[in-house]
Write a protein that binds this ligand. Structure first.
Ligand SMILES: *[C@@H]1O[C@H](CO)[C@@H](O)[C@H](O)[C@H]1NC(C)=O
Ligand SMILES: *[C@@H]1O[C@H](CO)[C@@H](O)[C@H](O)[C@H]1NC(C)=O
Ligand SMILES: *[C@@H]1O[C@H](CO)[C@@H](O)[C@H](O)[C@H]1NC(C)=O
Ligand SMILES: *[C@@H]1O[C@H](CO)[C@@H](O)[C@H](O)[C@H]1NC(C)=O
Ligand SMILES: *[C@@H]1O[C@H](CO)[C@@H](O)[C@H](O)[C@H]1NC(C)=O
Ligand SMILES: *[C@@H]1O[C@H](CO)[C@@H](O)[C@H](O)[C@H]1NC(C)=O
Ligand SMILES: *[C@@H]1O[C@H](CO)[C@@H](O)[C@H](O)[C@H]1NC(C)=O
Ligand SMILES: *[C@@H]1O[C@H](CO)[C@@H](O)[C@H](O)[C@H]1NC(C)=O
Ligand SMILES: *[C@@H]1O[C@H](CO)[C@@H](O)[C@H](O)[C@H]1NC(C)=O
Length: 840
């Protein structure tokens, strides 16, 4: 489908160009480059080992009184090195120019380094407005480094431009303080000039024949450069000697839809095509990616989205870097690409393009960003969604790297307005910066939670005593719950008023839609903290004080009124330290909404592998498993009926602000067998990768199905990988099978989470693996009860603690004996080398 025939307005994607660069790889970038530390009389080396020279040789000014070299009064702790940020060249009145001799036929990167700080007590950093021109192009105008740094929430920043070749062989960069402001001045800390190959040669388009825009006579500004799903890549690790910086993409992801980060198998070599030069992007960019995740249902419900702040009235090139890391056939993973909410490409299939695993490729999209009056900073959206129409094997998408370049306008201008702070970036900075505050808040919150829990328990105990007599009220619920037919009718009511839920005998509150809308800012998309089969989960603040998770049903979801009522029924009756508390619900306007306690630390899965959160230590993982086991044990035995969870998995184990594990999502719960029945026969529900094989075969449900799923959870916690990873070789796809196979071969240690290598004592691991293995027994009767699982996990934790204590003791002893050589008995530890190095 051609975008411009479909969208005939100015916001249009002009061209889609699949680029396999045609330049020969031998065309290496010219070695000539300049690194100038401005205002410094000696120069020096930066944190990446690059040498910077003083600026005096390159710098001319009409009169020397207009300029000074100066040192910053304060060194911000985030500065990577003193060079080039701590010294600055300052211009107080007329324009001043830096001149560099450059080769006439090559493009150059110009990087301007700014550290807005106090350099001179007479100059206020917030009163510095200036323009920068280079060879006739306006790079910056009425520019405030102070406001820019504030908007980026950074102490220093770099502006990068790719300048058209200077035919004269001369490059001049001119700084002019803004004349309209009294006392305004210009400054610069560092300038890099680097000869680069042409990164925008025009190759024959492979995908479509759209008209393309020529960048040959234009200069570009790099807006963003991301190693998607990967880590920060410093200039010294860039390819082609271009010293680009590649950043982590997570601050730019929209809402909670983080997808999954993926890393190429160690065996896989990233192999550049013979005609794709390596300087396009380093291997590290292609070896990591972000995908949508293993769950087709979830993936259909969301877009993997990145949002960027850009300047209005400019044309942008969005360059997406791809590299298939897992699949080996066409149409296994096909997706659509949207740029600024327009379809940029349908049915993108990285394998189909390259016909090879590990082969990098990239694709450019061109979009014009219009000025929307009244909006300060325009946004540029990049979104990916499975191409459902083409019926791919997996509903998934992949992206490895992303760059956005701004093209100069017709008058050679690249300058935009000063930015205002981005909410997204500020949020992500605040999260990083406020850890300490959070700890204090967590302690207070824990206190409050315990207090509330104690009160709830009191209320519960009272109600329970009464509740036994209130059987009639609950009895209605049981009736609805046990015979689905009566409730399906209810589900078809438009208003939902016909079957509104009585709160009598329940411990939760019936909220009005108005209150819910207020709590979630009218279901603001940016408040989404999770997406599941049921619908979306929003973070909200109820009545302006209490943080809650609001689960809103998706009208088209399969999980209907039955589950909704099940959940209220179940949860309202159950109160336990290791179960997520239902606070209330809302059933208005035909919607079904559940309100839970907000769990500050999210799902267990997020802390195992699905994000870049720090890895949890082994003992904490054990404690979380023990908590979850306790919650399930309570479900199975603690209530009046046996309650089978039916969907035990790491995303249904949540963690509160003090890392207490809580089992959640009883939408699929069903009360278990009573005395004369040994199972509940029901439709197969649950999640792939966790299915009890027996349940799957016989469609019979017992609490031992939960035990099986919990066994999978235990291996997930141990191995730090997902239950089902279709991207792996066949024998590894199912974690349950893979773990059992390794256990049998005696090679379990090889597949445990690398973060845990050397940290688990032999005895603890043995117990842990033993119980996990039993949970996965094919025959339900052979599986332990949740009580046994709980007991064994507690034993495993004790064994670990003993080993830790023993190790510490021995280390102390050894240290006393011989301080220069630490040699402790490590027979208790796997991979003793790692244990020793971390121990020292
Ligand atoms: C500024 O330049 C002068 C002369 O070039 C030099 O003597 C002085 O040390 C420089 N000051 C700083 C802070 O680099
Ligand atoms: C600039 O900063 C100074 C203090 O450093 C402050 O007094 C002044 O109000 C600020 N001006 C503006 C426009 O923010
Ligand atoms: C670029 O500019 C040169 C000289 O100014 C001109 O000869 C050439 O045709 C231009 N190229 C494009 C693609 O516009
Ligand atoms: C990686 O290499 C090892 C040893 O060479 C081999 O056993 C294994 O199958 C390879 N894995 C993949 C995914 O190719
Ligand atoms: C964008 O262009 C329009 C029309 O030319 C103009 O009115 C508007 O001020 C421009 N916006 C910016 C941010 O320069
Ligand atoms: C994904 O993005 C496109 C373009 O913005 C939009 O049309 C579509 O509705 C989005 N899909 C979802 C599930 O959000
Ligand atoms: C694109 O869609 C998102 C919602 O998916 C919306 O918030 C955003 O404003 C849209 N952007 C543009 C440029 O229309
Ligand atoms: C960029 O500026 C140059 C020089 O002013 C001009 O020739 C070129 O057409 C501009 N590019 C675009 C895309 O307008
Ligand atoms: C310069 O930028 C400041 C801050 O963004 C703005 O308030 C001011 O209006 C701008 N001045 C001009 C002449 O554009």
């Amino acid at each position: 489908m051609r975008p411009h025939s479909q969208y005939p307005f100015s916001l249009i994607i002009f061209s889609i160009i699949l680029i396999l660069i045609t330049t020969a790889r031998t065309e290496e970038p010219a070695a000539k480059s300049f690194l100038i530390s401005c205002g410094s009389s000696t120069g020096g080396t930066d944190s990446n080992g690059r040498t910077w020279l003083p600026d005096s040789k390159y710098f001319t000014t009409p009169s020397s009184i207009d300029t000074k070299n100066s040192t910053a009064k304060q060194q911000d702790p985030s500065l990577p090195s003193q060079i080039p940020y701590m010294s600055a060249r300052i211009f107080t009145s007329s324009s001043s120019t830096f001149r560099f001799p450059v080769s006439p036929n090559t493009r150059h990167y110009i990087r301007l380094h700014f550290y807005p700080s106090t350099y001179d007590s007479s100059l206020d950093p917030n009163n510095s407005y200036f323009s920068v021109d280079a060879n006739g192009f306006t790079l910056l105008n009425n520019f405030s480094a102070y406001l820019t740094a504030k908007a980026l929430a950074k102490a220093y920043f770099i502006k990068e431009y790719s300048l058209v070749p200077a035919e004269s062989g001369k490059l001049s960069i001119t700084f002019t303080p803004c004349s309209k402001r009294h006392g305004s001045y210009a400054f610069i800390n560092g300038i890099e000039v680097i000869a680069i190959p042409d990164l925008f040669t025009q190759p024959p388009p492979l995908v479509s024949t759209h008209q393309s825009i020529s960048v040959a006579n234009s200069s570009l500004q790099t807006m963003i450069r991301l190693n998607v799903g990967g880590q920060y890549i410093s200039p010294d690790r860039d390819s082609g000697g271009l010293s680009r910086t590649w950043y982590d993409d997570s601050p730019y992801l929209f809402a909670a839809a983080l997808g999954v980060t993926a890393v190429a198998d160690k065996n896989l070599t990233i192999q550049y095509y013979s005609d794709l030069p390596e300087y396009i992007a380093p291997k590290d960019v292609y070896a990591t990616a972000r995908t949508m995740g293993p769950d087709n249902r979830v993936n259909l419900n969301y877009n993997l989205s990145w949002v960027f702040q850009v300047d209005a009235n400019f044309t942008y090139i969005v360059r997406l870097h791809f590299c298939e890391l897992f699949f080996t056939r066409n149409n296994q993973r096909k997706f659509n690409i949207y740029v600024n909410n327009q379809t940029a490409l349908e049915g993108a299939d990285v394998y189909e393009w390259t016909q090879s695993k590990g082969a990098p490729i990239y694709q450019d999209f061109v979009t014009f960003v219009v000025d929307v009056p009244g909006v300060d900073d325009q946004e540029l959206w990049v979104e990916l969604h499975p191409a459902v129409k083409t019926k791919p094997q997996y509903y998934d998408a992949i992206l490895n790297g992303l760059e956005i370049f701004k093209i100069n306008d017709s008058s050679g201008n690249l300058a935009g307005k000063n930015p205002t702070p981005s909410k997204l970036l500020l949020d992500s900075e605040a999260k990083k910066g406020n850890k300490k505050h959070n700890n204090l808040a967590a302690i207070i919150a824990t206190g409050l939670v315990l207090l509330v829990a104690a009160l709830c328990l009191l209320v519960y105990l009272r109600k329970k005593r009464k509740g036994d007599r209130n059987e009639t009220v609950l009895g209605n619920w049981l009736a609805i719950h046990d015979s689905p037919n009566t409730t399906t009718e209810c589900g078809h009511h438009k208003s939902g008023a016909g079957c509104s839920i009585s709160t009598q005998g329940l411990l939760c509150e019936n909220f009005s839609m108005e209150e819910i809308k207020l709590a979630t800012n009218n279901f603001d998309e940016s408040k989404v903290i999770g997406v599941g089969g049921f619908g979306k989960v929003y973070k909200g603040v109820i009545r302006g004080v209490k943080e809650v998770a609001v689960k809103r049903s998706n009208p088209s979801s399969n999980q209907g009124i039955n589950e909704f009522q099940n959940e209220i029924y179940m949860l309202s009756k159950l109160r336990h330290r290791h179960l997520v508390s239902l606070i209330g619900f809302c059933q208005e306007d035909g919607e079904m909404i559940l309100i839970y306690d907000y769990m500050a630390n999210g799902t267990l899965q997020q802390h195992l592998y699905k994000s870049n959160k720090p890895s949890l230590p082994w003992n904490q993982r054990l404690e979380i498993c023990i908590g979850a086991a306790r919650g399930l044990h309570y479900l199975h035995t603690g209530a009046k009926f046996t309650i089978i969870h039916r969907d035990v998995k790491t995303t249904n184990i949540l963690l509160d602000e003090s890392w207490v594990a809580k089992v959640s999502d009883f939408g699929l719960s069903k009360t278990g067998p009573n005395m004369n029945q040994t199972h509940v026969s029901t439709m197969v529900k649950g999640s792939f990768g966790y299915f009890d094989p027996e349940y799957f075969r016989r469609q019979q449900l017992t609490e031992k199905s939960d035990v099986y799923s919990f066994g999978v959870v235990l291996f997930e916690v141990l191995c730090g990988r997902q239950a089902l990873d279709p991207t792996l070789p066949t024998e590894q796809v199912s974690l349950a099978d893979w773990a059992l196979m390794n256990l049998e071969k005696g090679s379990l240690e090889d597949i445990i989470d690398p973060h845990l290598q050397g940290k688990i004592s032999i005895d603890c691991l043995k117990k842990f693996a033993e119980i996990a293995e039993k949970c996965l027994s094919d025959n339900g009767l052979e599986r332990p009860s949740m009580g046994d699982v709980l007991w064994t996990l507690e034993l495993a934790l004790q064994l670990q603690k003993n080993a830790d204590a023993g190790k510490l003791e021995e280390k102390k002893k050894e240290k006393a004996n011989d301080d220069s050589c630490i040699l402790f008995d490590d027979s208790n530890y796997f991979h003793n080398k790692i244990a020793m190095t971390t121990g020292r």
